[in-house]
Design a protein around this ligand. Structure first.
Ligand SMILES: [Zn+2]
Length: 88
């Protein structure tokens, strides 16, 4: 199984992420690394996630996400780190 965001194989822990937030009526889920999901939810608001929906390409255009995916590309599938939420 490949992670929706970074495309790396998933590790022991698979996070089932709602590309469209549950609170916004999203029902589809995609497999993700927990670190990738954390990165998404710290960089996008629920309305932004809803706007992008299932189209991951739009999310990857965000420079922060692009940088993260390039950075995480060579990490172990079970690698985790604490993502500090930036003030926005
Ligand atoms: Zn990932």
């Amino acid at each position: 199984m490949a992670c929706w965001l970074c495309g790396r194989p998933t590790g022991k822990t698979i996070v089932w992420h709602h590309p469209i937030p549950k609170s916004r009526g999203g029902r589809d889920v995609v497999p993700m690394h927990s670190i990738c999901q954390q990165t998404l939810i710290t960089n996008f608001t629920n309305s932004e996630l809803q706007r992008h929906g299932m189209v991951v390409a739009g999310l990857l255009e965000n420079p922060n996400i692009r940088k993260f995916v390039d950075w995480v590309a060579n990490k172990d599938p079970d690698f985790t780190a604490t993502i500090v939420k930036k003030q926005r």
